[in-house]
Design a protein around this ligand. Structure first.
Ligand SMILES: [Zn+2]
Length: 52
């Protein structure tokens, strides 16, 4: 199973993020939170485009 997903921020910027991130991942373009870690399982807040 893939550990990375391509997500698309509300601003339109796409980036690959680790599904089980231990720390917050922010959009590199606008700074919005894309992934919020929640007890071992990351909560992906952006739109998932595809699995990598
Ligand atoms: Zn953004």
């Amino acid at each position: 199973m893939s550990k990375f997903v391509m997500v698309k921020c509300n601003c339109g910027y796409e980036q690959a993020v680790f599904k089980h991130a231990k720390s917050k991942i922010k959009c590199m373009s606008c700074g919005a939170t894309l992934v919020d870690p929640k007890g071992g399982k990351a909560n992906i807040r952006a739109k998932v485009e595809k699995e990598l």
